[in-house]
Write a protein that binds this ligand. Structure first.
Ligand SMILES: Nc1ncnc2c1ncn2[C@@H]1O[C@H](COP(=O)(O)OP(=O)(O)OP(=O)(O)O)[C@@H](O)[C@H]1O
Length: 395
């Protein structure tokens, strides 16, 4: 009998994952990880992890499978939380969910699972794993979940062939209502439990409050940039090469206080991210203000009115070589090559037509339509049909 460790989170998706694998004849072990208990930064007074680990235990009990809890809070703090603060401090917006999968669930956690003699680790992610053969070698594919509403492949965009080879995603073939129905039929207590949302560790916390615990407030000004000023703010030159063109359109605009008028104050540019609307507390504008850029060195937030403000839009982005990742190692582009893909720059964004151009030092992702709020530190993931083939950090 093949042994598989299921990451039991105390939610309905992982409960059904464990149940389905058991039905398929696997020897299933449930493993709950605790990834947070730092006194210096509080996440929530409500302590959701205790409740969740209890639910996970009840599910394991019901299925009569062995259950263990591991404490990964040390690793979590080192690899995710510290990184998050550091990124925000530098004016970038990290994605802890993507990182948590790469660094914790499919690394530290996976190693523990394999140490328990398991052949696979399974999670309740809405995505699928495919296997194809190429030149006599097995290649693993990361495929979108069948439920388009729930597809979580984006969060797994940094997984490697090695990690995928040891992974199972049993619920990727199902829709959420189907998963709930299976849970109800199997009489699992998590059948009607509300979905957890967002940040994998934070659960119920609000991000601004979380950040304020480590990043000191620092008063600065909010500048409103007029609509007449677009992101490039200069005459478009004649391009001699494609690379020159891409480089021009991927360039981050540089705003100055004199480009607009001061309309308010903020408590720290490092708390804000591009495209953000909440938390500006500036009234009296016709359309709401959106952050179009932050300058953490000068501590200035640049904003524009309305979500069509040209300052929000860019056509091209760049990924540095060392932040470029191919799930499909067999598809890596050589310098000068390009690839037509569909890409997204945030979870749940509908896929956008784009072309990847490999150049020295990294790759450009050039969108057919200009994209709103391309944000440094976030991940861009690219797909061919329903397969996620690669990803990278937006620089
Ligand atoms: N604390 C945890 N311990 C073990 N595994 C976890 C934990 N948190 C998440 N996972 C695994 O990662 C998967 C995806 O996590 P996510 O936070 O997106 O939960 P979800 O989609 O709400 O799923 P669930 O309903 O199972 O909580 C879970 O289905 C589970 O397999």
């Amino acid at each position: 009998m093949k042994r598989v460790v299921v990451g039991l989170s105390g939610g309905v998706d992982s409960s059904v994952t464990a149940y389905l694998l058991q039905q398929q004849g696997y020897e299933v072990i449930g493993l709950f990880m605790k990834n947070w208990h730092d006194d210096s930064v509080t996440i929530s007074d409500e302590c959701p992890w205790l409740e969740d680990s209890n639910d996970a235990m009840i599910v394991a009990d019901k299925l009569a499978i062995p259950f263990q809890t591991v404490d990964l809070s040390e690793e979590y703090k080192e690899r995710i939380v510290d990184y998050m603060f550091n990124e925000y401090e530098q004016g970038r917006t990290p994605n802890p969910d993507v990182l948590c999968n790469r660094e914790i669930k499919f690394d530290v956690f996976m190693k523990i699972a394999l140490g328990l003699g398991a052949e696979y680790v399974a999670t309740g992610h809405y995505c699928r794993k495919g296997v194809i053969e190429k030149d006599g070698k097995e290649i693993y594919q990361l495929l979108a979940g069948i439920d388009g509403n729930k597809d979580q492949s984006y969060f797994l965009c940094q997984l490697s062939q090695e990690q995928l080879s040891k992974t199972l995603f049993p619920i990727g073939e199902l829709t959420k209502p189907e998963v709930r129905a299976i849970a109800a039929e199997a009489d699992l207590i998590t059948a009607d439990k509300k979905d957890s949302q967002g940040l994998c560790f934070i659960g119920k916390v609000r991000l601004p409050e979380f950040l304020q615990q480590k990043l000191k407030p620092k008063e600065g000004v909010i500048v409103e940039v007029p609509e007449s000023m677009d992101a490039y703010n200069e005459v478009v030159p004649q391009f001699e090469t494609k690379e020159q063109e891409l480089s021009f359109y991927s360039k981050k605009p540089e705003y100055h206080i004199s480009d607009g008028k001061i309309v308010g104050k903020h408590q720290g540019a490092h708390y804000f991210t591009k495209g953000q609307r909440k938390g500006l507390h500036v009234g009296g504008t016709v359309a709401p203000l959106f952050v179009i850029d932050t300058d953490v060195e000068e501590n200035v937030i640049y904003t524009g009115q309305g979500k069509n403000h040209p300052g929000l839009y860019r056509r091209t982005l760049f990924v540095k070589q060392h932040e470029l990742h191919w799930v499909r190692e067999d598809m890596v582009l050589a310098i000068g090559e390009s690839l037509s893909v569909n890409a997204r720059i945030r979870y749940r964004q509908p896929l956008q037509k784009a072309t990847i151009y490999k150049v020295e030092g990294g790759a450009f992702v050039d969108f057919e339509e200009p994209q709103s709020a391309i944000t440094e530190g976030q991940f861009v993931a690219w797909y061919i049909k329903d397969e996620l083939v690669g990803s990278g950090v937006i620089s």
